[in-house]
Design a protein around this ligand. Structure first.
Ligand code: GLP
Length: 240
């Protein structure tokens, strides 16, 4: 795994945006795997800036998001649909029909997940996948467990994640207890992966991630089995 340690969040956001921009320029009809959470927001701001100054064009870009809460409607302001629209899509020229986010209200989650996998394959696979990391090492919503799922699936959220994510909701009981998420195999099939982490709260899981080992107790460590992963973190996440 390649590691880039940045002095601060702004630097991290620029490093991540530069790598994304390089992929988009190299393949203007490429496929982006996108993430939510607070960490990639700065990177999205930079990508919007690059679009506005004419450096980037998203007109033929396709996107697939990692995950969505379940059950939650797309217009709920805590949904990842809402997040992506606000933080990125409304600021760039990506076409609506090229945006793919799992439906948090799907009546048939199993079919929803299988269709999503098929759409990724039909698009030619993900060229670059952006990841954040949960305080417990989750990527997407692949939570630490004895076994991890390979494909996109419906999952229960752990207490730790519900607590960590409750900061965005009015109260903890409003956080959905389930989510639809790409599986570990879906993520690992991406041709290139960048994983972003900032702040002391991520130090423990980041220090496990940079060890040459894999454990289902920290799903992000599976990235050590991928040939093209770059961890972009700040000093606090790296050094504690
Ligand atoms: C959520 C998302 C993850 C994200 C994580 C970290 O749980 N499902 O994809 O990585 O939050 O969020 P933050 O970047 O706010 O720490």
């Amino acid at each position: 795994m390649k590691v880039i340690v940045c002095n601060n969040y702004d630097e991290l956001s620029m490093e991540a945006a530069k790598i994304m921009a390089a992929t988009i320029k190299e393949k203007p009809d490429g496929v982006l795997g996108l993430a939510t959470g607070s960490t990639p927001i700065g990177m999205y701001d930079n990508l919007i800036e690059m679009y506005k100054n004419g450096e980037l064009d998203f007109k033929d870009i396709k996107t697939f998001n990692l995950d969505e809460y379940y059950p939650l409607s797309a217009d709920n302001d805590q949904s990842y649909h809402y997040f992506m629209n606000k933080q990125l899509f409304s600021g760039i020229n990506v076409k609506e029909e090229n945006i793919h986010i799992l439906d948090g209200l799907s009546k048939d989650p199993e079919k929803e997940c299988a269709d999503f996998e098929k759409l990724i394959d039909e698009a030619g696979g993900i060229d670059i996948q952006v990841l954040g990391i949960g305080q417990n090492g989750h990527i997407g919503f692949n939570e630490p467990d004895d076994k991890l799922y390979a494909n996109t699936h419906l999952t229960d959220l752990t207490e730790n994640t519900i607590k960590a994510n409750s900061r965005f909701f009015e109260k903890e009981s409003d956080v959905p207890t389930k989510a639809l998420t790409m599986g570990m195999g879906t993520i690992l099939k991406a041709k290139k992966i960048i994983i972003l982490a900032n702040g002391k709260a991520k130090h423990k899981v980041v220090s496990e991630l940079v060890q040459p080992m894999i454990t289902t107790n920290n799903p992000a460590t599976f990235l050590n089995a991928h040939a093209d992963v770059t961890l972009i973190c700040d000093k606090e996440a790296f050094e504690g």
